[in-house]
Design a protein around this ligand. Sequence first.
Ligand code: GLN
Length: 499
Amino acid sequence: MINSSLKTLAQMLANKEISSVELTQTFLNRIDAYNPVINAYIALDHEKTLAQAKAADVRIAAGNATPLTGIPIAQKDIFCAEGWKTTCGSKMLENFIAPYDAHVITQFDHAGAVNLGKTNMDEFAMGSSNETSYFGGVKNPWDFTRVPGGSSGGSAAAVAARLCAAATGTDTGGSIRQPASLCGFTGLKPTYGVVSRYGMIAFASSLDQAGPMAKSAEDCALMMNVMAGFDERDSTSLNRDKEDYTRELYNSNPNKPLQGLRVGLPKEFFADGLDAGVATVIEDAIAEYKKLGAEIVEISLPNTGLSIPVYYVLAPAEASSNLSRYDGVRYGHRASEYTDLMDMYCKSRAEGFGAEVKRRILIGTYVLSAGYYDAYYLKAQQIRRLIAQDFEVAFKKCDVIMGPAAPSTAFKAGEKVDDPVAMYLQDIYTISTNLAGLPGMSVPAGFATSADGKPLPVGLQIIGNYFDEARMLNVAHQYQQVTDWHAQAPTLDKPEGNA
Ligand code: GLN
């Protein structure tokens, strides 16, 4: 049951083979057993969770179920959820109880889904390994000595270890796709503006986007049906007609379901810096796509090499502004001793923020300062435009772009913590899509063996044109009909002290 698709779970609930309370309790039992080791969840509230499951059972019995009614979902701790501790992985918000629901939370609530708990994450979503979390690192379920990726590391580990049926994440530079690659599941970052950011704690507002993290493309499509949609409370939410993201999944040509699909391979994604084991897995996946009928075209994204430097000007600039609200006055951590107002601001921020967040605030403040604005911030905005234009040109030649989602498999905990630039390079293949506002996915494509002999998951990235999520989901889904990489789950060591 823990490996079942969302569709199967919904059928089991509809047929009364299981109740939502039983299903939810199954996941809560696994969480109780494994979370002390894996540390995927920051906040759990069994009472609240089971109350939602009971309500879902009533709704199912009344015949008002939607496809996700009664399904237990893990929520990244970046989403405000009324009455729930909402920390964003920071000491600054350690004791913050959200007084309202984020749009995403409301959408799941309306669908009748069950909130299993709030998942661990890098502090304010800044990181690629979950090691910047104030609440400690998260273990990769495939190898407990390794990181799950970040910043949505808790959601990633929860999906991979089957500590939830599916989860939410956010992706500012790669935080859904990179952990999806490192933990071996399917994750989608939608087109910027498709999912409302209302109540989603802001990191870099022009880049942040929420999306699903799940066991398959079909599950992601069902999640998207709940998450996407216009919301007037987010000024960048796009007012478009409601879509059914499953609509392309079930009507393909059975022999060559992707006949005529033009797949662009950017030569820059297969150059230096890509792990050889990862490259082999991606090449095999491309070969599989050819069998499905896809046609391969070589493309170039010439400015992609600038995406990391551009991102590390723009994202910190926006973060420094967004994080100025944590001043110890209205909410969040306040220093217990201070001499005057200025001293209280300084001490509260010095105590409340961790090292990576402070580094970003310093960089952001610097690049926005009067003397450097033109040289850094403005220049970065100009290059951002060029990066978006690279994609515009590329999409004249192809329908989707494929490549690796991350340059390596999961690395060891502690391996990159003292080298921020090495950590930043984890997002080398994902960041340009955020800068362009395009949708991107990571799809399990196989395993590469580590130096110490562990098979570790590898994700294939699929990048689509604006609003092309339904097609991308089908491109992933057809691959998942002929491969079973997405269905593989780690064998977890029995947690100590638990049967
Ligand atoms: N790893 C990137 C960063 O640290 C991206 C994080 C994210 O997508 N939230 O900023």
